[in-house]
Design a protein around this ligand. Structure first.
Ligand code: DI6
Ligand code: FE
Length: 409
């Protein structure tokens, strides 16, 4: 917040669309009261606004992008699944491990045993890793509690992390992640309980920004999604879906019918469903690190999504099973190299399109007048440099609501 500041000698990539994630087309911006009030070429800045700028920052020709957004994470969990990683390296599949009671349910056991302080302690290094890379907004899902109070604790921890780290957090209720042992063999009944009893209660406590379901082979069905999404609709909550990671079980059609914010994964996606997503304005969230970790094939049909006009986002899917990753820059690189996104698509995927997937746009995820002044100053001059490197973080400074929150210029 506070008085106006001019940020000059910059290469500003507005990221209002893929087209404007391509090349810096402005060299200055003005922030005031935590918002961007002007973006452009400095000679065209009006003398009146210039005179209001109490502070002038010289960015020495550096790249400026919006704060990055990680729009799909399971950041809050206890324990890890490194032993399952080792098992997969010996040739046992992810789905086989899950059938034996490992997988998601093993993280559920660890998370249920962890109190809020332990969950915060476990999640903090993962969050800090993302913050160091210029992430200013993040989605955090529940889904490793699978009882009312264990889900509530995960979501409360997500809210606590938001306050402690000055980051925008959107919480997503994902009790429909796996059937817990208490409901073994009674999946449909579990979905009715999590939809009709737990969801209204957690919404009443202000813990739910969106509702998600893991709709796939070995997980929940399209009919389960209808039960859950009907309950979400009654509460006025937006929905999203893990869909088509392993198989197309008809979820995307349901998601589009409920105007879902996003469908995520989508390795299996028909042309008809891509058209439905475009029609519904549903964003495709691509999760290349999960794809990489599981050694899956084939990749999502990116050209089909482009042809249909579906907006694509990219996220880490940070989780202990399929995506032990706390680097949005690595996810961008993998989206380019494994899914053949252009570098501009990858950048739009972690800015404007990620904001759409979280219902944060247009105030977040792009740098246009009126936007929240969350941006990153990079030791780079071209936007494609962000996807080009792996294992090198070139984030120099992070500006949050118009003030330098991290690093120095
Ligand atoms: N997101 C998920 O929720 C599942 N896969 C994915 O990409 C499973 C996460 C887990 O194995 O813990
Ligand atoms: Fe996920």
């Amino acid at each position: 917040m506070g008085p106006a500041a001019l940020w000059r000698n910059a290469r500003v990539v507005p990221c209002t669309s893929v087209a404007t994630a391509t090349a810096p087309d402005a060299d200055a911006l003005v922030t005031e009261d935590g918002r961007v009030v002007w973006v452009g070429r400095e000679p065209t800045l009006s003398p009146g606004l210039r005179a209001r700028c109490a502070t002038v920052h010289d960015l020495a020709g550096r790249l400026v992008t919006p704060g990055l957004i990680d729009c799909h994470t399971h950041l809050v969990f206890a324990g890890d699944r490194a032993a399952e990683f080792a098992e997969r390296q010996r040739g046992v599949s992810y789905e086989e491990i899950a059938r034996r009671g490992g997988g998601i349910l093993s993280t559920v056991r660890a998370t249920r045993a962890a109190d809020a302080a332990a969950l915060i302690e476990a999640a903090t290094p993962r969050l800090e890793s993302l913050l160091r890379e210029g992430v200013t907004a993040i989605e955090i899902k529940s889904g490793y509690g699978l009882t009312l109070e264990d889900e509530a604790r995960m979501l409360e921890v997500a809210r606590t992390l938001a306050r402690r780290h000055d980051i925008e957090v959107r919480t997503t209720y994902l009790a429909a992640h796996a059937v817990p042992p208490e409901f073994a063999g009674r999946g449909a009944e579990y979905v009715r309980v999590l939809a009709r009893e737990w969801l209204p209660e957690l919404a009443r406590r202000g813990l739910v920004d969106a509702v998600d379901i893991y709709c796939d082979r070995g997980a929940f069905s399209a009919a389960d999604a209808v039960t859950l999404f009907d309950a979400a609709r009654e509460l006025g909550l937006p929905v999203k879906m893990h869909a088509g990671q392993f198989a197309d079980v008809g979820g995307v059609e349901v998601a589009a019918r409920f105007a879902a914010l996003s469908c995520d994964h989508l390795e299996e996606l028909s042309a008809a469903d891509a058209a439905r997503m475009a029609q519904a304005g549903t964003v495709a969230v691509l999760l290349p690190v999960a794809y990489y970790t599981l050694g899956q094939a084939p990749p999502p049909p990116v050209q089909r999504l482009r042809d249909a006009g579906v907006l694509m986002a990219v996220a880490t899917d940070c989780n202990p099973g399929t995506s032990p990753c706390a680097s949005i820059l690595l996810a961008m690189n993998m989206a380019c190299r494994l899914f053949a996104l252009t570098a501009e698509e990858a950048l739009a995927g972690v800015t404007c399109h990620a904001a759409r997937a979280l219902a944060l746009s247009p105030s977040t995820g792009s740098l246009a007048p009126g936007a929240t002044a969350d941006f990153v100053v990079w030791d780079a001059t071209a936007p494609y440099e962000l996807s080009y490197w792996t294992g090198l973080n070139r984030c120099r400074a992070v500006v949050r609501r118009g003030a330098i929150a991290r690093g120095k210029l």
